[in-house]
Design a protein around this ligand. Structure first.
Ligand code: ADP
Ligand code: MG
Length: 341
């Protein structure tokens, strides 16, 4: 039998291939693979949403600088972010844990303190899970459910020409926080007497260790009577997420480099690492902000919102997906994202 290397397909290629062979047996499965969460229709005026995200030691986190409590919090919020990306409100989670004998009961309790805290912050119920032994360190797989009124659901696919592309919060910080943590780890490994120098970097280190889901915006959209035409959360970086919206909506887009919201500390830290801040925002990932498109007529509803920045607009597909740079040239946006394989 032919052997195909995972690298040759990449994460998205693999998912696409698996997707092709899926059979659907229930008419209630309104939307399966391909968006931030699955959409289930129980025949009421609301959809149920369902999503899973898994965090693996050595791939997604390094316990030498990841406090377990933060890790528990993040494992929950990254899932709630996918519910928010459908314009939904989260309700329940289940927690799958793989543990090696390296972990004590106290360590697991610390992890759960973070999980409980996230549940309290987002008013989500922990309703089950699974616990198993692991040979390769800590694994946390969380499934979250949520609900959204049928007329408020936001897919990745319905962006229209001239829609305004908006993003919440600021971008690139989580990636730069990770660079700071990695650097301090190397300093510590070289000389264990050295204490980590994280002071002044709290904001971006926090963006990495303890991201929030933007459920607050989902509530704001309800108040403003606004439904984004398309929405996705920024887990892999602005470039990758914008390409998902454009591919699924069969549209082109232009975003303006000078509009991309990047915190001053992120810019400063990027410079220290000889990185381009825009590249960090485009390809860094893990910011868990919301990227969405709105009809031009809805612009008034967001224009004074300090949490939301318009960064560009949707165009004809033939115009491609472009970055209008500070130097006034337009370059095609390509996804780098994370390739785990
Ligand atoms: P997100 O970054 O929003 O969590 P992903 O890029 O991880 O989304 O996944 C994209 C889509 O593929 C989602 O609909 C997800 O449910 C689906 N998916 C990912 N991995 C698998 C898998 N192993 N089997 C089936 N569906 C998957
Ligand atoms: Mg997502």
């Amino acid at each position: 039998m032919q052997r195909t290397e995972l690298q040759s397909l990449g994460e998205f290629g693999l998912i696409k291939r698996l997707h092709q062979n899926v059979k659907i047996y229930h008419s209630g499965s309104a939307l399966g693979i391909g968006d931030d969460a699955a959409v289930i229709d129980h025949g009421t005026d609301q959809y149920q949403l369902m999503t899973t995200d898994m965090l693996l030691e050595g791939i997604h986190f390094d316990l030498s600088y990841y406090p377990l409590k933060h890790l528990g919090y993040k494992a929950v919020t990254v899932n709630l972010s996918d519910i928010a990306a459908m314009n939904g409100i989260p309700q329940q989670i289940t927690v799958g844990l793989g543990l090696s004998n390296r972990f004590s009961v106290e360590a697991v309790e610390e992890l759960y303190q973070g999980i409980y805290y996230a549940c309290e912050q987002y008013k989500v119920d922990l309703v089950g899970g699974d616990t198993t032994a692991s040979r390769s360190g800590l694994v946390i797989a969380i499934t979250a459910t949520g609900t959204v009124a049928k007329n408020r659901v936001a897919y990745r696919k319905n962006a229209q020409i001239n829609d305004i592309i908006c993003v919440s919060g600021d971008l690139g910080g989580a990636y730069l926080g990770l660079q700071v943590l990695e650097q301090e780890k190397q300093v510590f490994l070289a000389n264990p007497e050295m204490q980590p120098q994280l002071s002044g970097k709290d904001y971006i280190v926090g963006r990495q260790l303890r991201p929030e889901a933007r459920t607050d915006l989902v509530y704001e959209f309800i108040e403003q009577d606004l439904v984004p035409t398309a929405m996705i959360d920024v887990s892999d970086g602005l470039a990758s997420e914008l390409l998902h919206i454009c591919q699924q909506s069969q549209m082109g887009a232009v975003i303006f480099e000078d509009k991309i919201p990047i915190d001053a500390l992120s810019v400063e830290t990027a410079m220290d690492f000889n990185l381009n801040p825009t590249t960090c925002a485009l390809n860094g990932g893990e910011d868990y902000e919301l990227l969405f498109t709105i009809k031009p007529a809805d612009f008034n509803k967001i224009k004074n919102n300090p949490h939301i920045t318009p960064i560009g607009y949707i165009r004809e597909p033939s115009q491609g997906v472009m970055l209008h740079t500070r130097g006034d040239s337009q370059i095609p946006i390509t996804a780098q994202g994370w390739t785990h394989f």
